[in-house]
Design a protein around this ligand. Structure first.
Ligand SMILES: Cc1cc2nc3c(=O)[nH]c(=O)nc-3n(C[C@H](O)[C@H](O)[C@H](O)COP(=O)(O)O)c2cc1C
Length: 339
């Protein structure tokens, strides 16, 4: 039996690969002490509370909410505020916000900290048209003045909300809007000058969306000149890829698509063996139980995106995955998984 790696809080645990494992060296991001350099990236529609708990069980050193609309928070939208709900076992937890207005983002960030955020991350990476056309997400890469003003306003609001705690404000960027435009490398120093405690880079252009390969030569160029930690996101699919990014100068790395349907990838990247099918199934059952508790009737639709992925990662056999896809209600999912 492989035992999941225990979640990292403030201290560096020994970990399966020994105390000097580069991924288990502590990292300070502003005033936040992290015990591991392997994080779960924010993912809309994926990184719910149940998902975050799942990856924490396998060793994620920091988890994020999905991107949350600053406007929704500011105007008290009930559904948006639902994204604030989290369990005590999810810390350290970053809240990721998106928006285009400094005052609105500052207000939302203060509320996020009051609601329990250990870190506030600003999304300047989202390439989705609906977001970009409002001036938010990746659009901010082309508006460095506004991007810096937003960062400064949010840093001030977070300090006001939690004086002296050093709650960090970080920013997630892309390499640019179009391949080779260099906008990411151009804006990053301005974000740092405005108070960003770390920069996370997903080095695909916004135009690339999620296609092709991430160009981590951009990550390394950013890290070489950066006074703050640079966190790398993109194509981390195993231990080798993670170590290569740390070697190149990244301070920490994030798993994203690779961990969807395979939360145990965290333990594997940290040096553990692949868990047996029975252990994977036990994790699927636990995750599904929490999703059902959290989302009720909406859980059935939400879980459908996970079943094929769990099947591909060896946690479900084909017949069971097919039956789960066809389950029509909570009772159906429960009976198929024996919950
Ligand atoms: C379905 C989906 C949703 C995502 N949602 C977010 C998000 O809310 N905020 C964000 O900063 N990045 C988001 N991303 C980007 C990921 O955080 C990550 O940077 C990207 O997928 C690259 O990593 P990968 O190649 O390992 O998947 C999303 C990606 C996907 C595929």
């Amino acid at each position: 039996m492989t035992t999941p790696v225990p979640p990292a809080a403030g201290d560096a645990p020994p970990g399966p690969a020994g105390p000097i494992d580069p991924l288990s060296r502590p990292l300070a991001v502003g005033g936040l002490q992290l015990g591991r350099r392997l994080f779960m990236a924010p993912m809309a529609g994926i990184t719910t509370s149940a998902f975050r708990r799942s990856v924490r069980r396998w060793g994620a050193g920091l988890v994020f909410t999905e991107m949350i609309s600053a406007y929704g928070i500011h105007y008290g939208n009930r559904r948006t505020l639902g994204y604030f709900v989290h369990g005590e076992d999810e810390h350290p937890l970053g809240f990721q916000l998106f928006g285009a207005d400094a005052d609105v983002l500052a207000d939302a960030a203060g509320r996020a900290v009051a609601a329990g955020a250990d870190l506030v991350d600003l999304n300047m990476a989202c390439p989705v048209r609906k977001v970009v056309k409002t001036g938010a997400g990746a659009a901010l890469l082309a508006d460095p003045h506004r991007a810096a003003a937003i960062t400064a306003a949010v840093v001030a609001a977070v300090e006001d909300a939690a004086p002296g705690r050093g709650v960090p404000v970080t920013v997630k960027i892309r390499s640019g809007l179009r391949e080779g435009d260099g906008l990411g490398l151009g804006v990053a120093p301005r974000l740092v000058a405005a108070g960003a405690a770390a920069v996370c880079i997903h080095p695909r252009s916004a135009a690339q969306l999620y296609r092709g390969r991430a160009d981590h030569s951009v990550t390394f160029a950013l890290a070489a000149g950066s006074p703050v930690p640079v966190i790398a996101s993109g194509d981390v699919d195993g231990r080798e890829a993670a170590l290569r990014l740390l070697d190149g100068g990244a301070a920490a790395v994030m798993l994203a698509r690779g961990a969807v349907g395979a939360p145990w990838l965290f333990a594997q990247v940290l040096g553990a063996d692949e868990p047996a099918a029975a252990e994977k199934l036990a994790e699927v059952r636990r995750f599904a139980t929490e999703v059902l508790e959290m989302l009720g009737t909406r859980a059935v639709g939400h879980l459908r995106q996970f079943w094929p992925r769990f099947r591909r990662r060896g946690a479900l056999d084909r017949a069971l995955a097919l039956q789960l896809m066809q389950a029509r209600d909570e009772a159906g999912v429960r009976s198929l998984l024996g919950l």
